[in-house]
Design a protein around this ligand. Structure first.
Ligand code: SAH
Length: 394
């Protein structure tokens, strides 16, 4: 069995159950072709067992702190079963047929994402060790969830960091239909394409926030920026919005939006769909002096690495400043960041900076995070990536 010896003092995070071993913490590691690794302190104490990622800065991910727990088929079965039962016990998810079942590190299976979309399951295999165990993982999913098919939507950017080629397609069973209609825990329905859609198909993490924001939509002219298939637009229309302007760069997502508005019984709300770059469109609306009562900003991840955080904060400030200028006094801004590297504290500072430059008084009335099917493990704060501020802008 291969092993890792940590540098002196570097066992502390492992004792605190943080699952990542960075290259800089390792005094002696195994050869590049190692797979399972036993992790020892500098003093020779056995600490944990993990999977080796020779090409990543996160050189190993801890899979267990129990000496007598092998990383085998039963391991995946046990952990996926636990994660599944946590979701099924959650009252909000009783009637939903779309939810995240395994949220990687936060569900104690580093490197693995499992999402359920109706009868189909979409997975992401994000580390080398997890990729090599795909047969065990597929078997556990088949036995526990009885899907019609399992589809691989592994994030190519993350696989690249592991030195893995991209992986996309049917892993088991039937291919999902070109479009499928799923039900969120809020009762809202969404048209998704598991093959070509973004992420593993859709944005499950925003499911509850859409309804929370819609509570303020009655009578409002709403601008939904980065709308994707229009989760926020649909909720706002049902919440009594006077008009909806929905903006995204993806024509495919906007087609689904057309469908979802009708599907959810909100077809009578005046709807303007705009395929555009939000950065440019907000400037155009500023120049045209267009005004709204509610603006939603839910951009894609701006910071993919520590080096990009500074640029990301400029991006957040830019769109938030422009949005504040477009709001009528007392208007509502629901603004999000899904960049894990931008902390809630930093995000709030950026929004503050935007308010100063926009010369508007801004009150935070709600703080949002990812839906409960994306739990945050206290020993792994990195798992908390989505933050949102719902603000009144005066
Ligand atoms: N609000 C959505 C999720 C948004 S994800 C929901 O609730 O489901 C981010 C979206 O931003 C994606 O749909 C992507 O197509 C879009 N996007 C990324 N960059 C963009 C840009 N510069 N202008 C417009 N849309 C953009």
């Amino acid at each position: 069995m291969s092993s890792i010896e940590l540098k002196p003092g570097r066992e502390r995070p492992v004792h605190n159950r943080h699952p990542w071993i960075f290259s800089g913490a390792i005094a002696r590691g195994p050869s590049a072709d190692a797979d399972e690794v036993e992790i020892y302190s500098h003093d020779g104490e056995w600490l944990a067992r993990g999977l080796w990622s020779p090409q990543s800065q996160i050189r190993a991910r801890i899979m267990t702190w129990k000496y007598d727990e092998p990383i085998d088929g039963l391991y995946f079965r046990r952990r996926i079963a636990n994660a599944l039962s946590m979701r099924l016990k959650h009252p909000a998810y009783n009637d939903a047929n779309a939810m995240r079942i395994v949220h990687g590190e936060s569900d104690l299976i580093p490197g693995l994402i499992i999402d359920r979309y109706g009868d189909y399951v979409s997975v992401q295999l994000l580390t080398r060790g997890i990729d090599e165990r795909r047969a065990d993982i597929v078997q556990a999913i088949v036995d526990l969830m009885q899907p019609k098919g399992i589809f691989d939507r592994s994030d190519p950017e993350m696989r690249n960091l592991e030195g893995l080629s991209s992986s996309h397609g049917v892993l088991w069973g039937e291919a999902p239909p070109e479009t499928m209609i799923i039900s969120h825990p809020t009762g809202l329905r969404e048209t998704l394409d598991l093959d070509n859609g973004q992420k593993t198909g859709g944005y499950l993490d925003q499911a509850l926030n859409r309804i929370a924001v819609a509570a303020y939509a009655n009578g409002a002219d709403v601008l939904d920026c980065f709308c994707y298939t229009g989760g926020f637009s649909v909720a706002a229309a049902l919440g009594g919005a006077r008009s909806i302007t929905a903006v995204d760069g993806s024509a495919m997502a906007l087609d689904a939006l057309q469908n979802d508005i009708k599907l959810n019984g909100a077809g009578s709300t005046p709807l303007e769909i705009v395929e555009a770059d939000v950065f440019k469109l907000l400037r155009k609306y500023r120049d045209e002096e267009r005004r709204f009562d509610m603006i939603i900003l839910d951009p894609p991840k701006f910071a993919h690495s520590q080096a990009q955080v500074d640029r990301a904060t400029h991006g957040y400030k830019d769109i938030n400043l422009l949005a504040m200028k477009l709001l009528r006094p007392g208007g509502l801004l629901a603004t999000y960041s899904c960049s894990g590297l931008v902390s809630p504290d930093l995000f709030q500072k950026v929004i503050f900076g935007a308010s100063v430059d926009a010369q508007r008084d801004v009150q935070v009335i709600e703080r949002h995070t990812q839906a409960p099917d994306h739990p945050v493990l206290l020993s792994f704060p990195e798992g908390e990536y989505l933050k949102g501020l719902v603000c009144r802008v005066w």
